[in-house]
Design a protein around this ligand. Structure first.
Ligand SMILES: Nc1ncnc2c1ncn2[C@@H]1O[C@H](COP(=O)(O)OP(=O)(O)O)[C@@H](O)[C@H]1O
Ligand SMILES: [Mg+2]
Length: 366
């Protein structure tokens, strides 16, 4: 389980058991419309059957209230089959608006430059960026991934790489793991020196990463941007011609506003938003049952708002964080898992959008 507030709340709920069905409240499908605000306010609907012990309401409320970061808990109790019990409509990728033709890049060796962005942190941006990169590489493409998150670089850990990159002549040699060439500020700077990487310095560092690292000839170059609309994002889009932006969001409506602001920034600098990727979309029980716990549909709503497609939905999957912490992206560690499958499907969508037929070297591996 990830250590975001959302995940801690979900985790606390999985500790509450319904003795009648001998299952936890999430797996038993009793939780719906879960909303976790940035301010720590949590609300959810508890579907309590006539036979279920009423004490479960207090148990659930107490468990969530005790979660670190939670400031308020509102529980709406309903009987199963009520209005809150309607299943989540399954969003499908829609044909999106056609992005403008790509301008010539200043750095054509980088191939298609894609910015991976999110309005706020903790939505799984780095996880998605890493897995998209590895998935592209596994399809025979040359892929670079730059960790542009100067405030919380974590790509190296997700790839299990530690050493410093070598310098040969005037060129920095990128590290490589799982078939992806990698660079990260986390590889170059001391862990506890982030405060000075501000403004003009960030711009300089990012430009240096783009120009002085020996990336070779790439098909795709993914940049994991810091959340928000700050200096790093602007400097990236001012330095090179970014082919498009992918916006990562969670299904919660409260996250949409952040996503919108992020998307507007790209539009302002003429970078097309290729689509929305919804992460932690639903919870998969160990038996593979798909349960929507967060108030849902945020990805589709954001996509509709922007007139871009929802490229896919990635489930919240137990074990993903442990794998990532061990340096193994889920598409490598558990390629058959629903999350890995969702990511692979998204990669196909992205490749279609980017229209990178010319840069494809190998047929797509099933
Ligand atoms: N679909 C998912 N299922 C389970 N855990 C996830 C999922 N996506 C991300 N995580 C976990 O959530 C946490 C935050 O993800 P991260 O990629 O670091 O977010 P961001 O880069 O947006 O801050 C990490 O611990 C990660 O392993
Ligand atoms: Mg990150």
């Amino acid at each position: 389980m990830p250590n975001t507030l959302e995940a801690r709340v979900a985790g606390a709920l999985t500790n509450i058991r319904n003795p009648r069905v001998d299952n936890d409240v999430i797996s038993a499908g009793m939780i719906q419309d879960l909303t976790v605000g940035d301010d720590g306010r949590v609300s959810f609907t508890l579907l309590l059957g006539r036979e279920d012990p009423a004490t479960m309401v207090r148990e659930a409320r107490t468990a969530v209230r005790e979660v670190e970061g939670v400031t308020e808990v509102k529980v709406k109790v309903m009987e199963p089959g009520g209005p809150a019990g309607e299943p989540q409509s399954q969003a499908k990728a829609q044909p999106g608006s056609v992005p403008p033709p790509p301008q010539p890049t200043e750095l054509p060796n980088l191939g298609h430059i894609l910015a991976v962005s999110s309005g706020k942190g903790g939505v799984g941006k780095s996880t998605v960026a890493s897995n998209l990169a590895v998935s592209l590489a596994r399809q025979g493409l040359s892929v670079g991934l730059m960790d542009g998150d100067v405030y919380g670089p974590n790509i190296p850990r997700m790839f299990g790489v530690t050493g410093q990159p070598r310098v040969e002549g005037q060129r920095i040699i990128p590290l490589e793991a799982h078939g992806v060439k990698l660079m990260s500020l986390g590889l170059m700077i001391e862990r506890d020196a982030p405060a000075i990487w501000r403004g003009p310095i960030i711009v300089k560092i990012l430009q240096q990463f783009l120009r002085d690292v020996d990336w070779g000839q790439l098909d795709y170059f993914l940049v994991d941007l810091p959340p928000g609309t700050g200096d790093a994002q602007l400097s990236l889009v001012q330095t090179v011609q970014v082919r498009g932006a992918l916006i990562i969001t969670t299904p919660q409506e409260v996250a949409i506003g952040d996503g919108l602001r992020g998307a507007k920034m790209f539009e302002k600098v003429n970078v097309p938003v290729l689509g929305i990727i919804e992460n932690m979309s639903f919870f998969l029980t160990p038996t593979g049952e798909r349960i929507s716990i967060f108030s849902s549909g945020g990805g589709q709503k954001l996509a509709d708002e922007l007139g871009v497609p929802l490229l896919g939905q990635i489930p919240l999957q137990a074990g993903m964080t442990d794998l990532a912490d061990a340096g193994t992206p889920i598409v490598v560690g558990e390629p058959e898992s629903p999350a890995a499958k969702a990511i692979e499907a998204i990669v196909q969508e992205v490749r279609k959008k980017v229209g990178g037929g010319k840069s494809v070297k190998l047929p797509i591996v099933g």
